[in-house]
Design a protein around this ligand. Structure first.
Ligand code: GDP
Length: 421
């Protein structure tokens, strides 16, 4: 599986519209459930005289994981098509989807939007589509699910896709690249094979649409940016920062700097999976050794970049934020914690510059007195400690953040401009 290009896939949509069932169906149809596991269940089911058990097995397993509160849930499940190897990442609403997406832990490349045919577009459908656009999801495959519940009626399918198209237009998600597919995750219609139940549909199956997604181009041409996750001291080697290359390449014999700690030196060796490598690229998790820095010179939250193109350090930064859930209102002076890449820094909302129409992005009001849940705004933030960030237009991987307060993600943001000291 691993030699195919990889994609992170999010499954989004309103609660109960069938996201877990679709994941179960995808795992089952692609043979991603180990054969011995299915065998075992088949035997048990035969003893009890039950049919249709294999798929039920996958679903039971997913449900059990959820009940046990395991972090696996439907996330981190894997399957492959002819072209790609997919990892399912968090679903919005599950734990810290937004934070994970922003800090890169589960940045999804593309998403499947599940909309139940009997229920149509619902509040979470809107919220997830809006977040997907803000957080930079590439393409959506749209599954109109539970077609069995509406007798596989084409007219109902058309009504629902019109609702979805309207929503995409509202949030300015380019609808041209999206495919719409009538499915039943439960029965398996149009997931792996075209179904006789929808003779009026001759488009792609879900697996075909996933297989046709554009390849994700790793941002190797951008300057190196590697947020530091941890710093170790290894005897005989020295100081070893570890982290994931977000953009650019990391190579031995190059000079790097760590910001905002402002320490630097020459990269001696780069290791991945305990083996020395000549070069690390975006997505690679590495440990590397830098001549001339001590363990206490750098820390988690620093960003490593080329000495001649160092990561920016914000004195203040202007950002576009979307407030998702705040119990009251946000006014200038408010100081929550910003989570960006591996950094967590308290930042003060210094000014609320403009309030935006969340759908179109047009300016609605200059210098609003406050913003609240559902609002989008351009604001200026001042980190209380040095923080390395980049404008999203230049290096998107280092240009988004989550605003956290009271254990919740209250807003998502995109950096517009960085004002350095
Ligand atoms: P999630 O909250 O979006 O993950 O939704 P689930 O996958 O847990 O599904 C919610 C309910 O809808 C469950 O009872 C499923 O069995 C049911 N369901 C999911 N897909 C289908 C489908 O295609 N047809 C029918 N009839 N029921 C479905």
């Amino acid at each position: 599986m691993a030699d195919k290009p990889h994609q992170n896939l999010a499954i989004i949509g309103h609660v109960d519209h069938g996201k877990s069932t679709l994941v179960g169906r995808l795992l089952f149809e692609t043979g991603s459930v180990p054969e011995h596991v299915i065998e075992q269940y088949r035997d048990e089911a035969e003893e009890k005289g039950k049919g249709g058990f294999e798929f039920a097995y996958v679903m039971d397993n997913l449900a059990e994981e959820r009940e046990r509160g395991l972090t696996i849930d439907i996330a981190h499940q894997e399957f492959d098509t002819d072209e790609y190897y997919f990892t399912i990442v968090d679903t919005p609403g599950h734990r810290d989807f937004v934070k994970n997406m922003i800090t890169g832990a589960s940045q999804a490349d593309n998403a499947v939007l599940v909309v139940a045919a009997d229920d149509g577009v619902q509040p979470q459908t809107q919220e997830h589509v809006f977040l997907s656009r803000t957080l930079g999801i590439g393409e959506l495959v749209i599954a109109i699910n539970k077609m069995d519940l509406v007798d596989y009626e084409e007219s109902r399918y058309q009504t629902v896709i019109e609702e979805v198209k309207q929503l995409l237009e509202q949030v300015q998600f380019a609808a041209a690249d999206t495919s719409f597919i009538p499915i039943s995750a439960f029965e398996g219609d149009n997931v792996a094979e075209l179904s006789d139940n929808t003779p009026w549909y001759d488009g792609q199956t879900i697996l075909e649409a996933l297989n046709d997604l554009p390849e994700v181009e790793p941002p190797t041409d951008a300057p190196l940016r590697l947020p530091v996750q941890d710093v170790y001291t290894i005897s005989g080697i020295g100081t070893v920062p570890v982290g994931r290359v977000e953009t650019g390449v990391l190579e031995p014999d190059t000079n790097v700097t760590f910001q905002p700690s402002d320490a630097g030196g020459e990269v001696k060796t780069v290791e991945m999976h305990h083996e020395e490598v000549p070069r690390a690229e975006p997505g690679d998790n590495v440990g590397f050794n830098v001549r001339g820095i001590g363990k206490d010179d750098i820390r988690r939250g620093d960003v490593c970049g080329p000495a001649d193109d160092p990561p920016s350090v914000a004195d203040t930064f202007q950002a576009q934020v979307v407030v998702m859930q705040h119990p009251s209102v946000i006014t200038p002076g408010y100081t929550p914690v910003i989570h960006a890449h591996t950094a967590q820094v308290a930042c003060t909302f210094e000014s609320l510059d403009t309030k935006l129409d969340p759908a179109s992005g047009d300016v609605q009001e200059d210098a609003p007195d406050y913003i609240q849940s559902g609002d989008a705004a351009v604001v200026t933030l001042r980190p209380q400690k040095p923080l390395s960030l980049e404008p999203s237009s230049e290096i998107p991987e280092l240009g988004s953040f989550a605003v956290r307060d009271m254990g919740q993600t209250i807003a998502a943001g995109k950096v517009l401009e960085v004002e350095e000291k």
